[in-house]
Design a protein around this ligand. Sequence first.
Ligand code: NI
Length: 177
Amino acid sequence: MAIRDVLKMGDPRLLAVARPVTDFDTPELQALLSDMHDTMRALNGAGLAAPQIGVDLQVVMFEVNGNPRYPEVESVPFTVLINPRLTPLSDEQEMGWEGCLSVPGMRGQVPRYTALRYQGVDPAGQPIDRTVSGFHARVVQHEVDHLLGILYPMRIVDLRHFGFTDTLFPGQNLQDD
Ligand code: NI
């Protein structure tokens, strides 16, 4: 178990397409998940993808704890999602602010599908199949993008809505994903 360094935008490993996991219930996968969890918690992240710690595998995790000061941010249960597949439920998208542990100290407005189904497997290889909307859907899209070599600034439509967190949202303690 260890807190790992998170790669920052500019590192070519963040631009690679990750490989699917083929072996489940292995000590190597458990060690990876443990390191990812420790790292996400230590940095107060809302999510983390394996490529962000330099591991070329289709593994993401996320968790959002509701904060009574910001009721618009809904809770998302802790989830480990492996080999994910996303299916939007419609073409409808909405804009929302995102941050990323690989782009520290910044936030940008990104369009995401409003509602989607996500499928994949958990660390034991058991299927996950959920239909979600809103912030939960946004977090999943952000994390799965990491497995495709896409960082959220690459999806910003209007760069006027991209900037430093402490300037855009002074006094708020916002999470990165
Ligand atoms: Ni991110």
